[in-house]
Design a protein around this ligand. Sequence first.
Ligand SMILES: *[C@@H]1O[C@H](CO)[C@@H](O)[C@H](O)[C@H]1NC(C)=O
Ligand SMILES: *[C@@H]1O[C@H](CO)[C@@H](O)[C@H](O)[C@H]1NC(C)=O
Ligand SMILES: *[C@@H]1O[C@H](CO)[C@@H](O)[C@H](O)[C@H]1NC(C)=O
Ligand SMILES: *[C@@H]1O[C@H](CO)[C@@H](O)[C@H](O)[C@H]1NC(C)=O
Ligand SMILES: *[C@@H]1O[C@H](CO)[C@@H](O)[C@H](O)[C@H]1NC(C)=O
Ligand SMILES: *[C@@H]1O[C@H](CO)[C@@H](O)[C@H](O)[C@H]1NC(C)=O
Ligand SMILES: *[C@@H]1O[C@H](CO)[C@@H](O)[C@H](O)[C@H]1NC(C)=O
Length: 510
Amino acid sequence: MLWSRRNLHLCSSLSSLSSTAGLLFFIPLVLISSVACILGPAKSFLSFSSPFAWRSAGLYGYYSQISINEEFKYNYLKREGEVPSSHMIRNGSLNQTVVLKDPTDHQPAHEAKEVSGNAIINRYSKLERLETMLSKARNSIRKAAENGSMTSKHEDAGYVPHGPMYRSANAFHRSYLEMEKNFKVYVYQEGEPPIFHDGPCRSIYSTEGRFIHEMEMGNFYRTKNPDEALVYFLPFSVVAMVQYLYEPGGHDRLAIGHTLADYIGLIAGKHPFWNRSLGADHFMLSCHDWGPYSTTYVPQLFNNSIRVLCNANTSEGFNPLKDVSLPEIHLRTGEITGLIGGPSPSRRSILAFFAGRLHGHIRYLLLEQWKEKDQDVQVYDNLPAGVSYESMLRKSRFCLSPSGYEVASPRVVEAIYAECIPVLISDSYVPPFSDVLNWKSFSVEVAVKDIPNIKKILMNISQTQYIRMHRRLKQVQRHFVINGPPKRFDLFHMIMHSIWLRRLNIQIED
Ligand SMILES: *[C@@H]1O[C@H](CO)[C@@H](O)[C@H](O)[C@H]1NC(C)=O
Ligand SMILES: *[C@@H]1O[C@H](CO)[C@@H](O)[C@H](O)[C@H]1NC(C)=O
Ligand SMILES: *[C@@H]1O[C@H](CO)[C@@H](O)[C@H](O)[C@H]1NC(C)=O
Ligand SMILES: *[C@@H]1O[C@H](CO)[C@@H](O)[C@H](O)[C@H]1NC(C)=O
Ligand SMILES: *[C@@H]1O[C@H](CO)[C@@H](O)[C@H](O)[C@H]1NC(C)=O
Ligand SMILES: *[C@@H]1O[C@H](CO)[C@@H](O)[C@H](O)[C@H]1NC(C)=O
Ligand SMILES: *[C@@H]1O[C@H](CO)[C@@H](O)[C@H](O)[C@H]1NC(C)=O
């Protein structure tokens, strides 16, 4: 197991520890995890006494209880679900979408009356207040969507979204401002690092660790008062679980599933919020390929919760209505300085470029078709010695981003950073922020069956069209940039905004 742990640069330790210190730091973890492998995994990481801890009978008993409850409770949970969330913020037609019952049109169904001294006060529950606020936010976003779309009409000292890269710049901006004003996240405190409250800050899984770390620091959106939260964050790292609970080469991923099931069991038993919504206002986040799979161990997490996933494969249950597509960003050193920017279109001599190992069938088709075939479409499994990957991104007009073992590819954001137009080649992939961004305006989508036609398709894009796309790409770049600390409209806030939209999409009653 050591081989992989070496590469796990936890966010909490990254900035302060040299590599030697890092090694010392990991030794106790190795001991803990070998004990854990024998005793059953999560015991060392979950600081609670779950009544069901590591007795599988208890575990499954627990879930059959929940499912009886589920049918009953589901009537109270209103997800107006027929329209994909990609339509949520769209050109003037919010009309037919998210919008739920409008609490401003009627009194709350059950008004508790409370006698306090001589006065009779109408007391709405905290949840009703929150839902009323959400309803107002929905209405103002809808109005903004109806009132023109290309340019935001809202004042903003910082950035004003505009242009065809947005489905509706005006609605997005309104929604973003509503989020800044109202969005509050509660982070559950249960569980111990590194599996909980921490994650990788480097590697292709860096977006997982960065986000968890940011929430832990709590400088944005976080509330310590769970009663005023709109969503509840489950701060576990699937990457860390794979590294600490899974034996490489083994086939048994049960330890991960059991840890998750126990953890959710604990959360549901100890706090009222999970049962209230059956998990629908809770979210998890993972960039690991197994992120989606791990959630299958808790049916309500899989079916109800907001799952923020790099592996946003609709053929594996990714539901854009409630789940969020998370960008995959390969931070080799942990730094993004130097990665951003590239030459103008006229200084890009290669039509299309790809370099990457053979993972999955799409890349197989790509390499088979194009490797060493054409100087215009340069496709490599290994770059020739002395050729730098980054310089190739900067020399190319289009950067091919085929799915690998999972649908997401770090190449999409690498291309966006290097100002090379990404060419998405995937099946069943929902690109990040599709609810807000109009990907067609700054990227090219090529169906897997059209891999042989890549050159024709790209040559067919006129110079004028290319320059337009390139300009738009530079404008959306800000939404993919990782800043420490986060800046408005950057990656962190865009992920938050996606979660905010999913929360707007449901209404929860006590
Ligand atoms: C928005 O709607 C207008 C009028 O209905 C249409 O002309 C325009 O193309 C739409 N824009 C987008 C980005 O869909
Ligand atoms: C809005 O919804 C109503 C009722 O469903 C429908 O009649 C109307 O055409 C819709 N308007 C737009 C702009 O989609
Ligand atoms: C629509 O936008 C204009 C500015 O272009 C603004 O004056 C007006 O108040 C807006 N209307 C609504 C209903 O928001
Ligand atoms: C939530 O529901 C489960 C299963 O019905 C139950 O065991 C648990 O005690 C409930 N949690 C709370 C806080 O009531
Ligand atoms: C999600 O819900 C469906 C329908 O109730 C059910 O068949 C399925 O097993 C659930 N998925 C998981 C992973 O539990
Ligand atoms: C997406 O999911 C389907 C169904 O499990 C699978 O066949 C396909 O390979 C997945 N796509 C990728 C790129 O992994
Ligand atoms: C080239 O573009 C034209 C119009 O822009 C389109 O009709 C045609 O199908 C395209 N050809 C290819 C091979 O994509």
